[in-house]
Design a protein around this ligand. Sequence first.
Ligand SMILES: Nc1ncnc2c1ncn2[C@@H]1O[C@H](COP(=O)(O)OP(=O)(O)OP(=O)(O)O)[C@@H](O)[C@H]1O
Ligand SMILES: [Mg+2]
Length: 289
Amino acid sequence: MYAIAIYNNKGGVGKSTLTVFMADFLASLVIRDRPLRVVVLDLDPQGSCGTALLGQDTLEEARRSGLTLGDLARRLDAGQPVAIENYLHRRPATPVKGRATAIGEVAVLVSDKASGFAFEVNPLHRLTTLREKLRPFLATRCDIVLMDLPGNIDERNLLAVNGLIMSDSVITPVEVSRFSLEALPNTLEMIRYARERGGGERPFCLGMLLNRADKRGQQYQRNIGQVHALAERLGIPVFENVLPNAQTLTAATDDGSLAGSLRERYGHYHAHVKAVVIEAFRRWNAVEG
Ligand SMILES: Nc1ncnc2c1ncn2[C@@H]1O[C@H](COP(=O)(O)OP(=O)(O)OP(=O)(O)O)[C@@H](O)[C@H]1O
Ligand SMILES: [Mg+2]
């Protein structure tokens, strides 16, 4: 199992969008005759990822039932017996002709403000609970864990920091704008903090992924030099593949009840997501040696 956190401390840069794209794409893959098993941890109480993958109704039902990540973390932390399986809310596969473009099954662990807050107000809660108690469970049931983190977090966000500490590596979506770049040192600081508190060298930085990048656009041309200079100074790689800006994509991440194949849902954008995921595979193979 490999766990990737999608994290930039800046808000609105495409963390949730990238998480959903990657989840959809990875879940559509069949490796050695078996679909890749993908679990998404929606660590953001806003629930963008949960909405996109499960649909609003299922997300609300999951929250009403109290089967949320905050509740799970609290129980695991207290050493209470808990059936983790019940916390995995499933987005079923959409059967279509031709396996390669099918929408695969994804399991989602959802957050809500109340349970996240209940976990976070207690400073005694441990930062390594998810890594110690959730990760071994997931390791036997899935191949890839993707985590959508909220923006604007700090050391007090115990649930989000738990997520970072549980992850093997981080992908940081950024927009090619000055505002987006300003949050980078802070983002890397949080990743370092997670590494330090986790007591090891994980999570690794897989790199910055340029989102809404229009290579021919003025903003891109004006700022791309600065992006690479900053990345070099901070010692963080930049993905060669980018995710272009595509207004039509909002529908793809709007509501999990959307049907259709991967290609119907993403159109030609499918190729960009594929290229990014393949590059991510290559990068994590490189850092894992
Ligand atoms: N490549 C893209 N092309 C067009 N629109 C995009 C793209 N990426 C993201 N968006 C849009 O930008 C908005 C912000 O994206 P998203 O919610 O994924 O960011 P975020 O980093 O998760 O934000 P937050 O910090 O609030 O969680 C959304 O409306 C999303 O649909
Ligand atoms: Mg988000």
